[in-house]
Design a protein. Structure first.
Length: 748
């Protein structure tokens, strides 16, 4: 239940300059039941307080919470501030250092001179400051300028909060727009959604409607159409049919389709949208065009241009007799390759651009190892890369070459906001092999292909049956469908002579076979010798209980794997629910890493509680820290009093402030989507009919192929069958295939 509190800020204990998260000592006003002249004891308040200084009177709404170490605290939801009116408050306010040129000494002198009239003098009669000892014309002018700037910022915060902008969003607005934030908000509220990360269309729309913008105002319709495309981009689409965009946006914006059609034409005209009519159709139907956001159109065009460029320029490799090289590699390996494997090697050596695809155990690793050995023997400069750190590490281990993530290979330039390696400064390589290419989204693929030198060879390796990329696009499938490069599909299973249940089950899933290799009623009945077990669960609670039993008992005791935190990865189809990622993380953390003392843990927003030893995942690319979406690390230290923690990612130590903690989450359990490109010694997959929204063949296939040694599926056999039968994974709409097959670039 929301509580209110009014009082004066006595002391600011902690302030994060980035997001204005504040911990302050706050003295509430005496209540009606307090005796006259009573002085109420101060309390601790926490939350974002942009622009607030000591001495101000605050009217707060929020809730009382209890900190394990520091006791009762008032957590702020909203606030309204007033400048102090008492001489004591004015003295504290000015002496807090908020106005450059006024320290405690000068604050005392100014307040001694003007008393309760100080703020009026600063605002309206600043010339009087020269009567204060030690303040000359130059200092008086500087104080007046700083005071006016602070007052404008303060008024802006008050104005913004009037229109439903949260304190945290206020900080972002002022940081981005400065003193013009109020003008921008009043005249171009939807610009806020376009330019500021974390303030979306819905927030901007609420502000605009509060400011009196009409429901069918062109700026609202334009912003709504672009927001719709950005939202659908999150589902993997880089393009959308015009008729579908109009239908979707009309429902979202509650407006007429004809008004939206007119705005689309205007957005195409001013190049805010790109329109592509169907190729080869003389009189296309209205609404049949594909619409794209300009950055998606540009990224796809860069991919198409790079593919054509590689085909146009001759190879820079030294002369290599492909058949002799394949025979040499077979002799070195000690066995004869399958004809499909030979074809893949020949394609890589004789074509500038080739694609190798196949499921687990089909020999992709064998071919890559042979390819790297051939190239090394010929003194070719070869580079190996993959989208994730774990995939790159695995590629290096299996081929004997050096591999890096694509981001590290291209060298992100934080100052310039792009990659150092690009079309103007290509990579210093003669041969590039990219593994886990199914994970390549459109923007990363565009950056990568642009940086490939014209004379170099490129081989993309991936499994098209896995989940598509997290980012928008369907790059690997589009490149295969366009038939611009030779594609070798490996299909013969080699791993463990075909006896691996993980491998055979994965291929059975792709074939639509719903048969299970055997169902154990309890964890104790699981087969230790098998690399894949299905353990039945009656419901979500039973599923969680058995997952915990596997992690805490079966794996360390029966399998003799001593470190379940490092060796076991739980992969869940959904985030919510009893058997979802969030609840599993709470349960697994409590079982594997219980809190030892209050000072060794702290809570940060919705991210949960972090403790030393916790397994964590990075949720977005952070180029400053050289950390990327999906990287997994471990917390090494928590400094609750400072609001920071330290974590180790692949041997590199990083510090996270409260402002960074939204990028971290517990990783005892992660989503199957987040596991792409990674392998784990032991994988546990909860699988229930309650997950029906996510149960798809490629999701289940991806989950079990993440297991290197052991996979345990815990759940309902009917849910397994539902997933296998559902091969209708959502089709992603792109325009890349058309660009690859078109003779020239461009939409209109």
């Amino acid at each position: 239940m929301a509580a209110t509190l009014t009082g004066v800020v006595e002391r600011i204990v902690f302030l994060n300059e980035e997001n204005h998260y504040t911990i302050a000592e706050f003295r509430p006003e005496p209540g009606r039941d307090d005796p006259a002249g009573a002085r109420v004891e101060p309390v601790t308040i926490t939350g974002p307080l942009p622009g607030v200084e000591c001495g101000e009177t605050l009217h707060l709404t929020g809730e009382w919470t209890r900190h394990a170490q520091h006791g009762a605290q008032f957590k702020i939801a909203t606030f309204r501030s007033e400048l102090p009116s008492s001489v004591h408050g004015i003295r504290k306010y000015l002496g807090s250092g908020l106005v450059p040129g006024i320290g405690k000494a000068y604050a005392n002198k100014i307040v001694d001179a003007f008393g309760a009239d100080t703020f009026r003098v600063l605002s309206e009669e600043s010339g009087k400051l020269r009567h204060v000892e030690g303040i000359g014309p130059k200092r008086a002018k500087a104080i007046k300028g700083a005071w006016d700037e602070k007052r404008a910022e303060r008024e802006l915060f008050i104005f913004l909060q009037t229109y439903g902008v949260t304190p945290g969003q206020c900080v972002k607005l002022v940081k981005h727009f400065g003193a013009s934030a109020k003008t921008v908000l009043e005249n171009e509220p939807y610009r806020v959604a376009r330019e500021i990360d974390g303030i979306g269309f819905k927030t901007a729309d609420r502000i605009a409607i509060n400011l009196g913008f009409a429901n069918d105002a062109p700026p609202r319709l334009d912003a709504g159409l672009i927001f719709a495309l950005e939202t659908l981009q999150e589902e993997g689409h880089t393009a959308l049919r015009e008729a579908d965009l109009i239908e979707h946006s009309a429902a979202q914006l509650q407006t007429e389709a004809n008004l939206l059609a007119a705005r689309i034409a205007a957005l195409v005209e001013n190049k805010s949208l790109v329109r592509h009519w169907p190729a080869g159709v003389e009189h296309p139907l209205p609404g049949s065009a594909l619409l794209q956001l300009p950055h998606n159109d540009r990224a796809e065009q860069k991919i198409a241009d790079a593919v054509r460029r590689l085909a146009r320029v001759a190879s820079g490799l030294p002369p290599i007799k492909a058949d002799a090289a394949v025979a040499w590699a077979e002799n070195k390996a000690g066995f004869v390759f399958h004809e499909l494997q030979r074809a893949a090697l020949r394609a890589a050596l004789t074509h500038k651009f080739s694609i190798l695809t196949g499921g687990p155990g089909t020999g992709k690793t064998t071919i890559l190892r042979a390819l790297v050995e051939i190239l090394k023997a010929k003194k070719v400069r070869v580079h190996l890369a993959a989208p994730t750190g774990r995939a790159a590490q695995r590629l290096a281990e299996t081929t004997g070459g050096f591999a890096s993530t694509i981001h590290r290979l291209l060298k992100f330039d934080a100052a310039g906001g792009g990659f150092t390696a690009n079309d103007a400064a290509p990579l210093a390589t003669e041969f590039l092999v990219v593994d886990e290419a199914s994970m390549l989204d459109t923007r990363l693929a565009a950056a990568l292909l642009q940086a490939v030198p014209s004379k170099a060879h490129l081989v993309l390796v991936g499994d098209t049956d896995q989940l598509p990329s997290v980012g928008a696009g369907n790059v690997l499938k589009d490149l295969i469908a366009a038939e611009h490069a030779p594609v070798t599909r490996l299909s013969v299973i080699y791993r463990q002579q075909g006896q691996s249940a993980i491998v055979t089950t994965a291929h059975a899933i792709n074939a639509g076979d719903t048969a299970l290799p055997g169902v154990a009623p309890e964890v104790a009945a699981a087969q230790v010798w098998s690399d894949l077990n299905f353990i039945a669960a009656t419901d979500a609670e039973d599923c969680v209980k058995k997952v915990l039993q596997l992690v805490t008992e079966f794996v360390p005791q029966k399998l003799k794997w001593p470190d379940p935190i490092a060796d076991v990865q739980v992969l869940a189809p959904m985030h919510k629910g009893v058997a979802g990622v969030s609840n599993l993380n709470m349960q697994l953390q409590a079982a594997l890493n219980p809190r030892r003392t209050p000072s060794t843990a702290f809570r940060a927003g919705g991210a949960g509680e972090f403790r030393p030893g916790d397994k964590v995942i990075q949720l977005r690319n952070n180029y400053d820290k050289n950390l990327f979406n999906g990287d997994i690390g471990a917390i090494t230290a928590v400094h609750a009093e400072r609001g920071t923690l330290e974590a180790d990612f692949d041997g590199e130590r990083h510090e996270f402030t409260r402002a960074d903690l939204g990028d971290l989450a517990l990783a005892y359990a992660i989503s199957i989507h987040k596991s792409q490109g990674s392998e784990y010694p032991v994988v546990i997959v909860p699988l229930l009919k309650a997950h029906f929204m996510m149960l798809q063949r490629n999701l289940l296939y991806t989950a079990i192929t993440r297991g290197k040694k052991k996979v345990f599926i815990v759940g309902e056999p009917a849910a397994y069958a539902m997933a296998v039968r559902n091969s209708e994974s959502k089709q992603r709409l792109t325009h890349l295939r058309e660009k690859l097959t078109a003779p020239a670039s461009g939409g209109h």
